[in-house]
Design a protein around this ligand. Structure first.
Ligand code: C2G
Length: 129
């Protein structure tokens, strides 16, 4: 079984997120998604999510490509996760290109093109108009 992992906030879940998860799943048979907790988002990314961790988890778990959702609580946990879950491929959108190359010793690292014209920030801005 080939295992894939990816990380993200996934707030206001949109088709850009789903495109990423669909393509990530193509690299294996089992896709793990680490979702940033509310604390991690606030403390480390200065992001205030519209949906709580539990709500974002429920939404992501409902996506057909996703096999397991775990919490992302620190920047440093990726290496532990790769080892713990015996990950073969680490996937992120290419806005993170190069940032996780240190994992190349342990697994394949893939950066996928982002879906253009959509983001959680864009949705929030558009709704304020
Ligand atoms: N994404 C995408 N296309 C978009 C928007 C997002 O491909 N239009 C991808 C991002 O590149 C990322 C994933 O969807 O791989 C989740 O995006 P975010 O929820 O914005 O995640 P982010 O805040 O980048 O957190 O430790 C890594 C971080 O947790 C990533």
């Amino acid at each position: 079984m080939k295992r894939v992992i990816t990380y993200g906030t996934f707030d206001l879940l949109h088709y850009g997120h789903v495109n990423l998860l669909r393509r990530a799943k193509e690299y294996g048979d089992y896709l793990i998604v680490a979702i940033s907790t509310d604390e991690f988002n606030w403390n480390e990314k200065q992001k205030k999510c519209y949906f709580s961790y539990e709500q974002r988890k429920q939404l992501v778990e409902s996506i057909r490509y996703v096999d397991l959702v775990i919490p992302e609580e620190s920047w440093e946990q990726k290496l532990e996760d790769v080892k713990l879950y015996k990950v073969d491929t680490f996937v992120m959108g290419d806005d993170w290109k190069g940032k996780f190359d240190f994992l190349k010793e342990y697994c394949e690292v893939v950066y996928l093109p982002r879906t253009p014209e959509i983001s959680t920030t864009q949705i929030k801005n558009d709704l304020q108009r």
